[in-house]
Design a protein. Structure first.
Length: 66
């Protein structure tokens, strides 16, 4: 294939891929919003883990020697 034709096909294909990828991009959010939602997610994970940990371990009962 001639180099000019190859370059032209590459340019057209690249433009099509860039246009298709633009449809899947998420809207940009501010750093403050992303950090806030990350902290919410971490907090939810911590509370879920603590509930699972307390439910999995039996409660200690007071030992009364006879």
């Amino acid at each position: 294939m001639h180099a000019d034709v190859h370059h032209l096909l590459h340019t057209v294909t690249s433009a099509e891929l860039h246009a298709a990828a633009g449809e899947f991009r998420l809207p940009r959010t501010s750093l403050r919003t992303r950090v806030g939602w990350t902290l919410v997610e971490v907090g939810l994970r911590l509370t879920t883990q603590s509930r699972e940990a307390t439910a999995a371990t039996p409660r200690a009962t007071a030992f009364h020697p006879a």
